[in-house]
Design a protein around this ligand. Structure first.
Ligand code: PPS
Ligand code: ADP
Length: 255
Protein backbone atom coordinates (compact mmCIF):
# COMPACT_ATOMS: atom_id res chain seq x y z
CA UNK A 1 0.00 0.00 0.00
CA UNK A 2 1.34 3.45 -0.93
CA UNK A 3 2.41 5.59 1.97
CA UNK A 4 0.29 8.73 2.39
CA UNK A 5 2.14 12.01 2.37
CA UNK A 6 1.22 15.65 2.49
CA UNK A 7 3.23 18.23 0.56
CA UNK A 8 1.50 21.37 1.76
CA UNK A 9 4.36 22.47 3.97
CA UNK A 10 6.94 22.38 1.19
CA UNK A 11 8.93 19.74 3.03
CA UNK A 12 10.93 17.29 0.86
CA UNK A 13 10.16 14.44 3.21
CA UNK A 14 6.48 15.01 2.59
CA UNK A 15 6.40 14.93 -1.21
CA UNK A 16 3.30 13.38 -2.73
CA UNK A 17 3.59 9.79 -3.82
CA UNK A 18 0.41 9.61 -5.84
CA UNK A 19 -1.17 11.68 -8.56
CA UNK A 20 -3.96 11.47 -11.07
CA UNK A 21 -3.55 11.55 -14.83
CA UNK A 22 -5.11 15.01 -15.15
CA UNK A 23 -2.15 16.49 -13.30
CA UNK A 24 -3.79 16.90 -9.92
CA UNK A 25 -2.91 14.62 -7.07
CA UNK A 26 -6.43 14.81 -5.74
CA UNK A 27 -7.22 13.65 -2.29
CA UNK A 28 -5.80 10.58 -0.62
CA UNK A 29 -7.65 9.35 2.45
CA UNK A 30 -9.13 12.78 3.10
CA UNK A 31 -5.88 14.75 2.72
CA UNK A 32 -6.31 17.81 0.47
CA UNK A 33 -3.19 17.96 -1.68
CA UNK A 34 -2.03 20.92 -3.76
CA UNK A 35 -2.30 20.52 -7.55
CA UNK A 36 0.65 19.05 -9.37
CA UNK A 37 1.85 21.15 -12.28
CA UNK A 38 3.01 20.66 -15.82
CA UNK A 39 5.87 23.01 -16.67
CA UNK A 40 7.19 22.63 -20.21
CA UNK A 41 7.95 18.94 -20.62
CA UNK A 42 7.92 18.26 -16.88
CA UNK A 43 4.71 16.70 -15.65
CA UNK A 44 3.50 16.05 -12.11
CA UNK A 45 5.83 18.45 -10.36
CA UNK A 46 5.41 20.70 -7.37
CA UNK A 47 7.33 23.75 -6.15
CA UNK A 48 9.58 22.77 -3.25
CA UNK A 49 9.85 25.50 -0.65
CA UNK A 50 12.42 25.80 2.14
CA UNK A 51 12.44 27.42 5.54
CA UNK A 52 15.21 29.84 4.59
CA UNK A 53 13.85 32.52 2.27
CA UNK A 54 15.46 35.03 -0.05
CA UNK A 55 14.84 37.79 2.52
CA UNK A 56 16.80 35.80 5.12
CA UNK A 57 19.78 35.44 2.81
CA UNK A 58 19.60 39.12 1.93
CA UNK A 59 19.58 40.06 5.60
CA UNK A 60 22.56 37.80 6.23
CA UNK A 61 24.47 39.41 3.36
CA UNK A 62 23.14 42.92 4.04
CA UNK A 63 22.40 43.43 0.35
CA UNK A 64 19.56 42.85 -2.07
CA UNK A 65 19.87 40.29 -4.86
CA UNK A 66 19.38 41.58 -8.37
CA UNK A 67 20.39 41.05 -11.98
CA UNK A 68 22.56 43.63 -13.71
CA UNK A 69 22.18 42.78 -17.39
CA UNK A 70 24.94 44.29 -19.54
CA UNK A 71 24.16 44.18 -23.27
CA UNK A 72 26.03 45.49 -26.28
CA UNK A 73 28.16 44.63 -29.26
CA UNK A 74 31.28 42.53 -29.03
CA UNK A 75 34.05 44.90 -27.92
CA UNK A 76 31.70 47.42 -26.34
CA UNK A 77 33.25 46.84 -22.92
CA UNK A 78 30.68 44.54 -21.29
CA UNK A 79 33.16 42.14 -19.68
CA UNK A 80 35.48 44.92 -18.57
CA UNK A 81 32.65 46.74 -16.80
CA UNK A 82 31.28 43.50 -15.34
CA UNK A 83 34.65 42.52 -13.84
CA UNK A 84 35.49 46.02 -12.60
CA UNK A 85 32.12 46.33 -10.87
CA UNK A 86 32.48 42.82 -9.43
CA UNK A 87 35.83 43.85 -7.93
CA UNK A 88 34.48 47.12 -6.56
CA UNK A 89 31.56 45.34 -4.90
CA UNK A 90 33.87 42.76 -3.34
CA UNK A 91 35.94 45.58 -1.84
CA UNK A 92 32.76 46.95 -0.29
CA UNK A 93 31.99 43.57 1.25
CA UNK A 94 29.20 42.83 -1.23
CA UNK A 95 28.74 39.46 -2.90
CA UNK A 96 28.42 39.53 -6.67
CA UNK A 97 28.98 37.02 -9.44
CA UNK A 98 29.71 37.53 -13.11
CA UNK A 99 28.02 35.41 -15.77
CA UNK A 100 29.88 36.11 -19.01
CA UNK A 101 28.93 34.95 -22.51
CA UNK A 102 32.31 33.48 -23.35
CA UNK A 103 32.54 31.64 -20.02
CA UNK A 104 29.01 30.25 -19.93
CA UNK A 105 29.55 28.92 -23.43
CA UNK A 106 32.50 26.89 -22.06
CA UNK A 107 30.13 24.81 -19.92
CA UNK A 108 26.39 25.09 -19.41
CA UNK A 109 25.82 26.38 -22.95
CA UNK A 110 28.57 24.56 -24.84
CA UNK A 111 25.94 22.91 -27.05
CA UNK A 112 24.81 26.27 -28.43
CA UNK A 113 26.09 28.26 -31.38
CA UNK A 114 25.14 31.69 -32.73
CA UNK A 115 21.96 31.04 -34.73
CA UNK A 116 18.98 33.12 -33.62
CA UNK A 117 17.50 30.03 -31.91
CA UNK A 118 20.71 29.20 -30.09
CA UNK A 119 21.24 32.78 -28.95
CA UNK A 120 17.67 32.82 -27.64
CA UNK A 121 18.23 29.57 -25.74
CA UNK A 122 21.57 30.90 -24.43
CA UNK A 123 19.87 33.98 -23.03
CA UNK A 124 16.89 32.02 -21.69
CA UNK A 125 19.14 29.71 -19.69
CA UNK A 126 21.29 32.57 -18.45
CA UNK A 127 18.19 34.51 -17.41
CA UNK A 128 17.08 31.55 -15.31
CA UNK A 129 20.53 31.10 -13.76
CA UNK A 130 20.76 34.83 -13.03
CA UNK A 131 17.37 34.64 -11.32
CA UNK A 132 18.68 31.87 -9.06
CA UNK A 133 21.71 33.97 -8.14
CA UNK A 134 19.45 36.90 -7.29
CA UNK A 135 17.29 34.56 -5.21
CA UNK A 136 20.48 33.58 -3.38
CA UNK A 137 20.83 37.28 -2.50
CA UNK A 138 23.73 37.78 -4.89
CA UNK A 139 24.22 40.77 -7.17
CA UNK A 140 24.42 38.87 -10.45
CA UNK A 141 26.20 40.65 -13.28
CA UNK A 142 25.29 39.11 -16.64
CA UNK A 143 27.46 40.19 -19.56
CA UNK A 144 26.05 39.00 -22.88
CA UNK A 145 25.65 40.50 -26.34
CA UNK A 146 21.99 39.41 -26.02
CA UNK A 147 21.15 41.01 -29.37
CA UNK A 148 17.41 40.37 -29.38
CA UNK A 149 15.02 42.58 -27.45
CA UNK A 150 12.51 39.76 -27.00
CA UNK A 151 15.06 37.55 -25.23
CA UNK A 152 16.22 40.35 -22.91
CA UNK A 153 12.62 41.29 -22.11
CA UNK A 154 11.85 37.66 -21.25
CA UNK A 155 14.72 37.74 -18.72
CA UNK A 156 13.40 40.99 -17.27
CA UNK A 157 9.98 39.39 -16.80
CA UNK A 158 11.52 36.65 -14.64
CA UNK A 159 12.40 39.26 -12.03
CA UNK A 160 10.38 41.46 -9.70
CA UNK A 161 10.04 45.07 -10.94
CA UNK A 162 13.25 46.97 -10.25
CA UNK A 163 15.39 43.88 -9.75
CA UNK A 164 16.46 43.68 -13.40
CA UNK A 165 18.85 46.48 -14.27
CA UNK A 166 19.52 46.67 -17.98
CA UNK A 167 22.76 48.41 -18.89
CA UNK A 168 23.22 49.26 -22.54
CA UNK A 169 26.78 49.67 -23.75
CA UNK A 170 25.99 52.16 -26.50
CA UNK A 171 29.32 52.04 -28.29
CA UNK A 172 29.55 52.70 -32.01
CA UNK A 173 30.32 49.69 -34.20
CA UNK A 174 33.43 51.31 -35.65
CA UNK A 175 34.80 51.90 -32.13
CA UNK A 176 34.16 48.25 -31.18
CA UNK A 177 35.75 47.19 -34.43
CA UNK A 178 38.84 49.31 -33.79
CA UNK A 179 39.24 47.75 -30.35
CA UNK A 180 38.77 44.21 -31.76
CA UNK A 181 40.63 42.67 -28.82
CA UNK A 182 39.95 39.11 -30.03
CA UNK A 183 40.41 39.73 -33.74
CA UNK A 184 36.85 38.53 -34.38
CA UNK A 185 35.70 41.57 -36.40
CA UNK A 186 38.65 41.08 -38.71
CA UNK A 187 37.66 37.46 -39.24
CA UNK A 188 34.01 38.44 -39.74
CA UNK A 189 34.92 41.10 -42.30
CA UNK A 190 37.05 38.54 -44.10
CA UNK A 191 34.03 36.24 -44.22
CA UNK A 192 35.71 33.67 -41.96
CA UNK A 193 33.01 34.05 -39.27
CA UNK A 194 29.43 34.07 -40.49
CA UNK A 195 26.60 35.71 -38.57
CA UNK A 196 28.75 38.01 -36.47
CA UNK A 197 26.71 40.55 -34.50
CA UNK A 198 26.96 44.03 -36.00
CA UNK A 199 28.57 42.76 -39.20
CA UNK A 200 26.10 40.33 -40.72
CA UNK A 201 23.83 39.62 -37.77
CA UNK A 202 21.45 42.10 -36.08
CA UNK A 203 21.71 43.90 -32.75
CA UNK A 204 18.47 45.38 -31.44
CA UNK A 205 19.21 48.31 -29.14
CA UNK A 206 17.33 48.49 -25.84
CA UNK A 207 14.53 51.06 -25.91
CA UNK A 208 14.23 51.70 -22.17
CA UNK A 209 17.32 50.46 -20.38
CA UNK A 210 17.85 51.56 -16.78
CA UNK A 211 21.35 52.78 -17.67
CA UNK A 212 23.01 53.77 -20.95
CA UNK A 213 26.78 53.99 -21.21
CA UNK A 214 27.49 56.24 -24.16
CA UNK A 215 29.99 58.78 -25.38
CA UNK A 216 29.65 62.36 -24.20
CA UNK A 217 31.11 64.83 -26.69
CA UNK A 218 32.70 61.89 -28.47
CA UNK A 219 34.45 60.58 -25.35
CA UNK A 220 33.60 57.26 -23.74
CA UNK A 221 33.71 56.93 -19.97
CA UNK A 222 36.44 54.73 -18.52
CA UNK A 223 35.44 51.40 -16.92
CA UNK A 224 36.25 53.00 -13.55
CA UNK A 225 33.90 55.93 -14.18
CA UNK A 226 31.15 53.55 -15.27
CA UNK A 227 31.69 51.48 -12.15
CA UNK A 228 31.27 54.54 -9.94
CA UNK A 229 28.00 55.24 -11.77
CA UNK A 230 26.84 51.66 -11.24
CA UNK A 231 27.70 51.73 -7.53
CA UNK A 232 25.72 54.95 -7.12
CA UNK A 233 22.72 53.36 -8.85
CA UNK A 234 22.88 50.30 -6.59
CA UNK A 235 23.29 52.45 -3.49
CA UNK A 236 20.47 54.85 -4.45
CA UNK A 237 18.10 51.97 -5.18
CA UNK A 238 18.69 50.14 -1.92
CA UNK A 239 20.64 47.14 -3.21
CA UNK A 240 23.67 47.61 -0.96
CA UNK A 241 21.97 47.70 2.46
CA UNK A 242 18.94 45.98 3.94
CA UNK A 243 19.50 46.78 7.62
CA UNK A 244 17.81 44.55 10.20
CA UNK A 245 20.50 41.81 10.16
CA UNK A 246 19.39 38.19 10.46
CA UNK A 247 19.33 36.63 13.92
CA UNK A 248 18.96 33.00 14.90
CA UNK A 249 15.94 33.89 17.03
CA UNK A 250 14.08 34.67 13.81
CA UNK A 251 13.59 30.92 13.30
CA UNK A 252 11.53 28.45 15.33
CA UNK A 253 14.64 26.31 15.91
CA UNK A 254 18.02 27.91 16.70
CA UNK A 255 20.79 25.51 15.64
N1 PPS B 1 28.94 35.05 -34.51
C1 PPS B 1 29.24 35.65 -33.36
N2 PPS B 1 28.58 36.76 -32.99
C2 PPS B 1 28.87 37.35 -31.83
N3 PPS B 1 29.83 36.92 -30.97
C3 PPS B 1 30.52 35.81 -31.30
C4 PPS B 1 30.26 35.15 -32.51
N4 PPS B 1 31.10 34.09 -32.58
C5 PPS B 1 31.85 34.09 -31.47
N5 PPS B 1 31.51 35.12 -30.69
C6 PPS B 1 32.08 35.34 -29.36
O1 PPS B 1 31.05 34.97 -28.46
C7 PPS B 1 30.82 36.01 -27.51
C8 PPS B 1 29.33 36.34 -27.41
O2 PPS B 1 28.65 35.35 -26.69
P1 PPS B 1 27.24 35.69 -26.07
O3 PPS B 1 26.81 34.46 -25.36
O4 PPS B 1 27.34 36.93 -25.28
O5 PPS B 1 26.35 35.93 -27.38
S1 PPS B 1 24.77 36.03 -27.49
O6 PPS B 1 24.29 36.83 -26.37
O7 PPS B 1 24.21 34.68 -27.45
O8 PPS B 1 24.52 36.67 -28.80
C9 PPS B 1 31.54 37.24 -28.00
O9 PPS B 1 32.12 37.78 -26.83
P2 PPS B 1 32.21 39.36 -26.53
O10 PPS B 1 33.22 39.88 -27.49
O11 PPS B 1 32.67 39.40 -25.11
O12 PPS B 1 30.85 39.96 -26.71
C10 PPS B 1 32.52 36.73 -29.02
O13 PPS B 1 33.79 36.60 -28.42
N1 ADP C 1 35.47 52.10 -21.45
C1 ADP C 1 36.43 51.65 -22.27
N2 ADP C 1 37.19 52.52 -22.96
C2 ADP C 1 38.15 52.06 -23.79
N3 ADP C 1 38.45 50.76 -23.99
C3 ADP C 1 37.71 49.86 -23.32
C4 ADP C 1 36.67 50.25 -22.43
N4 ADP C 1 36.11 49.16 -21.92
C5 ADP C 1 36.76 48.12 -22.47
N5 ADP C 1 37.74 48.54 -23.30
C6 ADP C 1 38.64 47.69 -24.08
O1 ADP C 1 37.87 47.21 -25.19
C7 ADP C 1 38.17 45.86 -25.45
C8 ADP C 1 36.88 45.05 -25.39
O2 ADP C 1 36.39 45.07 -24.05
P1 ADP C 1 35.53 43.88 -23.49
O3 ADP C 1 35.20 44.22 -22.09
O4 ADP C 1 36.20 42.57 -23.73
O5 ADP C 1 34.23 43.98 -24.40
P2 ADP C 1 33.05 42.94 -24.61
O6 ADP C 1 32.97 42.09 -23.39
O7 ADP C 1 31.83 43.78 -24.81
O8 ADP C 1 33.42 42.17 -25.84
C9 ADP C 1 39.21 45.43 -24.44
O9 ADP C 1 40.49 45.54 -25.04
C10 ADP C 1 39.07 46.45 -23.32
O10 ADP C 1 40.30 46.69 -22.65
Amino acid sequence: MAEERDCRNGDASKAPLACTEDGSNGSISGLILPPLMTIGKSTNILWQGCMVKREDRQRMLNQKGCVIWITGLSGSGKSTLACTLDHALLQRGKLSYVLDGDNVRHGLNNNLGFSAEDRAENIRRVGEVAKLFADAGVICIASFISPYKRDRDACRKLMAPGDFIEVYMDVALDVCEQRDSKGLYKLARAGKIKGFTGVDDPYESPQEPEIVMKAVNGVYATPQEMTVQMLAYLEDNGFLTVGNRLRCSHFPICW
